[in-house]
Design a protein around this ligand. Structure first.
Ligand code: NAD
Ligand code: USQ
Length: 400
């Protein structure tokens, strides 16, 4: 198949592109390098060094003898999107290309607006281009489990049957996202579902949980092929952060009581899930949703697992939660559709934790301790006011 990976320079997009290339598909990657710009803006860097995209692709040619086409441009540029689809003529598009950090979207109005314009307009341009160039293209879109929030009932896979005043229907599951970033995914989902309905497009919305890990079978073949690994307070996700914190002797930053429970998955399972979705496309006009995670853990459980797995001493510190979220709640989410398609999950065991800690340990000299602290608060505090407490980089200053 010809598979176009949007966001193919990112944490998940790059190893996905390698994986499809090695499996014998013709692969193209699209990226605006926005993610590399956020690093400059925040003054942070990936823990694992990453080389420029053109060098990644060249090294892949040398190592695997396979080519990957590159398209550098922004999805918010409608002409670029259409031109790229006309040129590459994909059978499937895997769409990772969004601003994906909840804290980044909550820095201030500018970052919230940027996040929603980038994500929602980019996806809308893509929908129009698919409809115009080839409505048969299967759009595999990365959504998030965070679209659902943490309701006090079981979470279903995309849709729920509701009986109301004696009548029954199957409706989109209610969405209660926890950041302007997560909201952008909700808006995307509504737009994609509508486009499938009116234009007969086919799409799979993968509501993915939090991904951990950095090594995939292809990305470990050469240091130039490595994917990024974020540990900072804005882009670092919880388990990746805890592993880095453990190896540098920083207390694990559990926000609040640590009862926040989330679906999680190994980066290798991200690749497997996307591959399963691409391999079994929906019918024309069908919009389907898969919940893409393999296990759920509370933040405190994750911290305790890291404490147990790390050979040295690790402390857990409970810091005031910078987010507005439930710290203790019910959480049970369905995730059977990818298992039904054949997913065999890599579970979070001692072996995986040790290999994650080993990645962090190998690059411990690159850790900037100042980057670890959470600097973005959800609540409007005094630091929000235009004249008080602003840092020159636009980040809200923490009150701690
Ligand atoms: P990432 O930031 O590392 O990668 C995203 C890539 O998309 C970056 O290379 C960026 O430059 C590019 N991009 C962003 N906006 C673009 C635009 N307008 N045009 C072209 N390129 C653009 O993020 P990631 O961690 O690889 O996540 C990929 C996707 O998966 C995101 O949509 C994210 O919401 C979703 N997701 C990620 C996780 C996770 O834990 N990392 C969990 C659930 C869902
Ligand atoms: N948390 C801590 N300590 C930390 C970091 C985070 O306690 O040092 C807590 C947060 O408060 C939150 C939970 O851990 O309750 C998860 O936070 P996170 O930063 O790991 O993940 P999140 O902001 O939800 O976002 C990440 C990705 C996003 C994706 C989402 C999937 O950045 O792209 O959509 O995971 S989900 O969580 O299912 O919405």
């Amino acid at each position: 198949m010809r598979i176009l990976v949007l966001g193919g320079d990112g944490y998940l997009g790059w190893p996905t592109a390698l994986h499809f290339s090695r499996a014998g598909h013709e692969v193209g990657v699209v990226d605006s390098f926005a993610r590399r710009q956020y690093d400059h803006e925040m003054g942070v860097d990936s823990l694992v060094p990453i080389v420029p995209l053109f060098r990644r692709v060249r090294t892949w040619e040398e190592v695997a003898g396979l080519t990957i086409d590159t398209f550098v441009g922004d999805l918010t540029d409608a002409e670029f999107v259409k031109k790229t689809l006309r040129e590459f003529r994909p059978h499937a598009i895997v769409h990772f290309a969004e601003q994906r950090s909840a804290p980044y979207s909550m820095i201030d109005q500018k970052h919230a607006v940027y996040t929603q314009v980038n994500n929602v307009v980019g996806t809308l341009n893509l929908l129009y281009s698919i409809a115009e160039v080839d409505p048969d293209i299967h759009l595999v879109k990365l959504g998030t489990m965070g679209e659902y929030g943490t309701p006090n009932i079981d979470i279903e896979e995309g849709f729920i049957e509701i009986t109301h005043r004696g009548r029954t229907d199957v409706l989109p599951y209610p969405k209660q996202p926890g950041s302007f970033y997560h909201l952008s995914k909700v808006h995307d989902s509504a737009n994609i579902m509508f486009a499938c309905k009116i234009w007969g497009l086919r799409s799979t919305d993968l509501n993915q949980g939090i991904v951990y890990g950095q090594e995939t079978p292809e990305a470990v073949l050469h240091p130039d092929l490595a994917t990024r690994f974020d540990y900072d307070g804005v882009f670092g996700t919880v388990l990746n952060r805890f592993c880095v914190q453990a190896v540098v002797g920083h207390p694990l930053t559990v926000y609040g009581s640590g009862g926040q429970t989330r679906g999680m998955l190994d980066i290798r399972d991200t690749l497997a899930c996307v591959e399963l979705a691409v391999g079994a496309p929906p019918a024309a006009g069908e919009y389907r949703v898969f919940n893409q995670f393999t296990e759920s853990f509370s933040v405190m459980q994750l911290a305790e697992m890291v404490v147990d797995a790390y050979p040295g001493r690790v402390d857990i510190s409970s810091v005031q939660d910078p987010r507005v979220e439930l710290e203790e709640h019910y959480y049970r989410a369905a995730h059977t559709k990818l298992l039904d398609l054949g997913l065999v999950p890599h579970l979070l065991d001692q072996g995986m934790l040790s290999s994650l800690l080993a990645v962090a340990d190998r690059h411990r000299d690159r850790v900037d301790p100042d980057a670890i602290r959470a600097t973005v608060e959800w609540k409007r505090t005094a630091s929000w006011l235009p004249t008080a407490g602003r840092r020159s980089d636009g980040l809200a200053r923490s009150s701690r």
